[in-house]
Write a protein that binds this ligand. Structure first.
Ligand code: ZN
Length: 173
């Protein structure tokens, strides 16, 4: 973690969908990983799936006010978004925001303050429309940006500048 190329700790978090590890083990490891972020000052990249309450409780207990980071591939509710934003976290949106049925998520994405917004591929998953279902790659993130810009009522280049600045602020130049 002291290597100059290490800019964050992640993905870390809880996944109760796949449940690859017992939940108590997931929670214990997540806590210790946030503790590492506290000690090193590195931001965290948080993954949470079907585990909103436990994820938020642990982030609050272990990291509130002391750890920075991002909820990656955000696909949660407006409630989870508000809680994450309250704790100072950024939210990162993937190709999901381009999917036809993702109206609720687009509403969340429209309401996130500009200085808390990131985008990502989640490559090789979650390719944006119209490539949904194909292998995702970094070049396709422009389609996610374009949809987000439309939803937020800003220009594409404005949004590009916004997320680039947010990235640099969170992860360093
Ligand atoms: Zn993830």
């Amino acid at each position: 973690m002291k290597h100059p190329k290490v800019v964050a700790i992640g993905e870390i978090g809880l996944d109760y969908h796949y449940d690859f590890s017992p939940k108590d083990v997931q929670r214990r490891v997540f806590r210790s990983q946030i503790a590492l972020a506290r000690e090193t000052g590195l931001p965290v990249v948080i993954h949470t799936r079907e585990a909103d309450d436990d994820t938020m409780a642990i982030v609050k207990e272990e990291g509130a006010g002391r750890v920075r980071g991002v909820f990656h591939c955000f696909s949660g509710t407006a409630t989870l978004a508000a809680q994450a934003l309250d704790l100072g976290f950024m939210l990162s949106f993937s190709g999901i925001v381009t999917f036809p049925k993702a109206e609720d998520l687009r509403a969340v994405a429209a309401s996130v303050p500009a200085d808390r917004l990131l985008v990502e591929t989640d490559c090789p998953y979650l390719a944006p429309m119209p490539m949904r279902g194909r292998r995702n790659e970094p070049a396709l993130v422009v389609r996610t940006v374009a949809r987000l810009a439309e939803v937020r009522g800003v220009g594409i280049s404005d949004l590009e500048a916004t997320v680039a600045a947010n990235f640099t602020r969170l992860f360093g130049g």
